[in-house]
Design a protein around this ligand. Structure first.
Ligand SMILES: [Zn+2]
Ligand SMILES: [Zn+2]
Length: 327
């Protein structure tokens, strides 16, 4: 079998001709020509229905939490502000972009449905679009049959590679939107995903505000060793695994007061046990989970957390309202 060498095209969003949010004329013509040869386009658009990303429309900048190096999420209650979903740090929502001083720093409200509607509106040929998100059934055989009868596949899922011999072009509508997913391993997920399709030899298209982003450079050059050292530097700086331990302690119960009592005890005890090197943060507000339980969390990061956790055995192990997550 002969595999075509993949061609990676970076489309700078500032200079591209845009027909609708995140839909450039270049992308539309790629989809049209793929359809003409009887093949399919795979599109990644990572904004999920309830995700609260925000990106500067002029330069693609988004703010990151200074402790966690992950993107802040946009919240409107109690006030318009930015919140780190990992450590609960709150920052004011900027009036102008801290990077380019532009004023177009609105939250991204464009959902996947709107992308789908705009594609239908701007494409000249009639095309069948298949949307894959968390609501779509995950059964591989069902999915395969659905892809068979589609021209365009749009997915919100990162790191969940979609394989089908009919897929001919792979498109990322916004590199920044992917990067703004609040997860410390998002860069690794994006690198792996793009590298996977690169190895398939398919033409790849990435739309971005930041064509010079160091991660994009690593992706273009495809040097895994150099990417890993880039990743290591970030993880050392922000104390992430494997260079440190990251533990989330979740306190949850149907009774709000019980959650608050347990949290108070844990916070006091950890405050006494922690070293100066320990990163220690916790939720200041309490949220109701869908299961009817109230929830608050504590985040701990350090090279070794055993000195804290062994002293919390009674509070953690013997309590069904406390769950421990290691990363
Ligand atoms: Zn900007
Ligand atoms: Zn944070």
């Amino acid at each position: 079998m002969y595999i075509l060498p993949s061609v990676l095209t970076i489309i700078p969003l500032q200079s591209a001709k845009i027909e609708a949010p995140y839909i450039s004329t270049e992308i539309l013509s790629v989809i049209e020509s793929v359809k003409q040869i009887g093949k399919k386009s795979l599109i990644f658009y990572s904004r999920r229905g309830n995700a609260r990303a925000w990106i500067c429309a002029d330069c693609g900048h988004y703010e990151k939490c200074p402790h966690c190096d992950i993107a802040f999420a946009y919240h409107t209650t109690p006030n318009k502000c930015l919140i780190c979903h990992q450590c609960s740090q709150v920052a004011p929502f900027p009036i102008v972009c801290p990077e380019c001083s532009g004023s177009r720093i609105n939250p991204v409200w464009v959902g996947i449905q709107q992308i789908e509607d705009n594609l239908i509106k701007h494409l000249t040929n009639d095309m069948v679009i298949l949307r894959i998100d968390s609501d779509t059934g995950k059964k591989a055989t069902v999915l395969y049959d659905k892809i068979n009868t589609s021209d365009i596949i749009i997915t919100t899922q990162i790191g969940n590679s979609i394989v089908h011999p009919g897929i001919w072009a792979v498109i990322w509508l916004s590199f920044e939107l992917n990067m703004s997913i609040p997860s410390y391993h998002i860069e690794e997920d994006i690198y792996n995903e793009i590298s996977y399709y690169k190895k398939q030899g398919l033409p790849l298209y990435i739309q971005t505000y930041t064509p010079d982003h160091p991660l994009l450079r690593e992706i273009i050059e495809g040097n895994t060793k150099s990417f890993l050292s880039y990743l290591s530097r970030e993880r050392i700086d922000f104390r992430y695994p494997p260079f440190a331990e990251l533990v989330t302690i979740r306190v949850h119960d149907e009774q709000q007061k019980k959650v608050e009592d347990i949290m108070r005890k844990l916070i006091n005890k950890i405050g006494l046990l922690k070293k100066s090197s320990t990163f220690f943060a916790f939720d200041t507000d309490i949220r109701e989970r869908c299961g009817g339980e109230w929830q608050q969390k504590i985040i701990l990061k350090d090279r070794d957390l055993s000195y804290i956790l062994t002293n919390l055995e009674v509070e953690i192990v013997r309590n069904r309202s406390v769950t421990l997550e290691w990363s």
